[in-house]
Write a protein that binds this ligand. Structure first.
Ligand code: FAD
Ligand code: SF4
Length: 501
């Protein structure tokens, strides 16, 4: 523990973001530069708890050695901090930027004070490691002769590929998109995660010997059976990209799009041509309504604001979150409190109000008479909790039309969208996810494994990394009889209590 009184001496101060109005004029990352002194003081706030809840099962899913690197940063021992960090996390440059940080929600200091800025410290360690040239390709010393196919190049597939390559297996990653990275590339927008950072990691993995096959849709361009014949094991990591659709009249109108159509197109056009090709949905001067919240909804708001939309409104059926943790969100679990994500801050800075409105039920998309949307008809809802704490919804009969030239649907995801490969392999699925228990990651077909959102349903990057690491351990053990690869410690605990399945 660095400074025994650090948590009393210093206030929380996370790495600042760039000014919200300035950053709306570009698609560069929203983050500012941390100061070394600040980071050391933040490291000093860590209490080195006897039971560090930050790395317990309610905290970091990959068991990051958080108090250790907090202390090392406080002492200025950055290289050792980096070496601790990469013991558990293959891609801290991704989680350090966009993880919602369950570790901070579980931080013991959070009971009485704002939590330690774990995420800022993580990001600073890995960024410094790249700047200093400490991150170098490290191909395995020898090869085992075993070949593994990974379908899907999101964080689950990439983490598994990295782990399996380290122990000498020859890994080939198949990806149907033209670029590698899964939602790191074509879901999360550039201002949250610069695509050069994704490419930098992919290039390192390539230099270490992993083979990438972008533009190959497994189940269409190559069959699941082909993969089983050509490879010793197959990992399915296709994500959960089937968007949830609600039956709202007028869905077919021009201007009503799935959120992912919008986000994917904007990032691809940015990367292909800096928007010169015009191959994206443009919100310039439009009234935009985003239906549904979460990261996807927030990213649609941030993108529309950068395109200089006339207005943006994010509507959701839910009640607004409480300001403070309530009895339904006890520490150390998720806070469930109201907060402004980056794009909400931007909307507030530009338009003087948080773009979100709560308790709104979409009833219909209204035609402008020429087959395009001109408004969303909505009804206001009232929410209250019953005696058991369950939310009860009341329709108020207050119906309005909210003007909209563009509507983005962000109602979540129902499961994977790769029926071809799943059917060809004969893998069992339930409610859109591949059936494979957490910790084992094995499907009903010997030699076929599943991990990430495709197994657990739409989740988080840090969980995808945890699953990729766990699946790599399982595949290595399947091929070699045993495995020295680490797997997230909580795999066993969660498998026992039946969580994460
Ligand atoms: C807009 C958006 C923003 C998000 N923001 C955050 C965030 O800020 N923080 C966070 O922690 N999480 C965020 N998430 C969630 C996070 O991105 C996912 O949980 C995570 O990427 C899942 O990783 P994965 O590897 O399982 O799958 P994915 O990242 O979805 O990757 C799966 C890949 O498989 C490919 N694929 C599918 N089928 C085939 C096939 N048959 N053949 C070849 N390739 C195939 C897909 O094209 C895709 O590239 C966000 C999600 C979205 C949609
Ligand atoms: S829970 Fe918070 S204070 Fe305790 S060890 Fe983890 S980061 Fe430090």
């Amino acid at each position: 523990m660095g400074k025994p009184t650090g948590f009393m001496d210093f206030q929380r101060h996370a790495t600042p973001k760039r000014d919200p109005i300035t950053r709306l004029s570009d698609f560069y990352e929203i983050y500012g530069s941390p100061l070394e002194g600040d980071l050391k003081r933040q490291g000093a706030r860590c209490m080195d708890c006897g039971t560090p809840f930050c790395q317990s099962e309610t905290g970091c899913p990959i068991d990051n050695l958080i108090p250790e690197w907090n202390d090392l940063v406080y002492q200025g021992r950055w290289r050792e901090a980096y070496e601790r960090l990469i013991k558990t996390n293959n891609f801290p440059e991704f989680t350090g930027r966009i993880c919602p940080a369950p570790c901070e929600e579980a931080c013991v200091l959070g009971i009485i004070e704002p939590a330690v800025t774990i995420k800022s410290i993580e990001c600073a360690i890995i960024d410094r490691a790249f700047d200093e040239g400490w991150v170098k390709p490290q191909p395995p010393g020898k090869r085992t002769g075993k070949k593994i196919a990974i379908v899907g190049s999101g964080p689950a597939g990439l983490a598994a590929a990295d782990q399996l390559n380290k122990v000498g297996h020859q890994v080939t990653v198949f990806e149907r998109d033209d670029r590698i990275g899964g939602l790191l590339m074509y879901g999360v927008p550039n201002m949250k995660l610069d695509k050069r950072i994704v490419d930098r990691r992919v290039n390192l993995l390539r230099d270490e010997g992993i083979i990438f096959r972008p533009g190959v849709n497994v189940g269409v361009d190559v069959t699941g059976e082909d993969l089983r014949q050509r490879f010793d094991a197959v990992l399915l990591a296709c994500g959960a990209l089937m968007a949830r659709e609600r039956e709202v009249p007028g869905r077919e109108l021009r201007g009503v799009h799935l959120a992912m159509e919008y986000l994917h197109g904007v990032t691809k056009s940015l990367l292909d041509s800096q928007f010169a090709d015009g191959q994206f949905i443009d919100a310039k001067d439009k009234d935009v309504i985003v239906i549904g919240g979460g990261d996807t909804g927030a990213d649609c708001i941030g993108t529309a604001l950068r395109q200089r939309c006339h207005s943006v409104l994010n509507i959701t059926r839910r009640e607004r979150e409480p300001e403070q943790r309530d009895d339904f969100h006890p520490w150390p679990g998720p806070r469930g409190t109201y907060y402004l994500d980056y794009s909400h801050e931007e909307g507030k800075a530009r338009d003087g109000r948080d773009p979100r409105e709560y308790g709104i039920l979409p009833l219909a998309f209204v035609d402008n008479g020429q087959g395009a949307v001109k408004a969303v008809r909505i009804e206001r809802l009232e929410w209250s909790r019953d005696a058991a704490g369950r939310w009860q919804r009341k329709q108020t009969g207050i119906v309005e039309e909210l003007p909209a030239d563009l509507v983005f649907l962000s109602a979540g995801f129902t499961g994977h969208d790769s029926p071809g490969v799943v059917d060809q392999l004969g893998v069992k699925c339930q409610r859109g996810t591949v059936t494979a228990s957490y910790g084992a990651f094995t499907t009903n077909i010997p030699g076929v494994f599943a991990a990430g959102d495709m197994r657990r349903g739409a989740s988080l990057i840090v969980w995808a990394i945890a699953e990729g690491r766990g699946a790599a351990h399982a595949i290595d053990a399947y091929l070699m009889g045993r495995s020295a690869l680490p797997k997230p410690q909580m795999s066993a605990a969660l498998a026992i209590v039946g969580q994460g399945a």
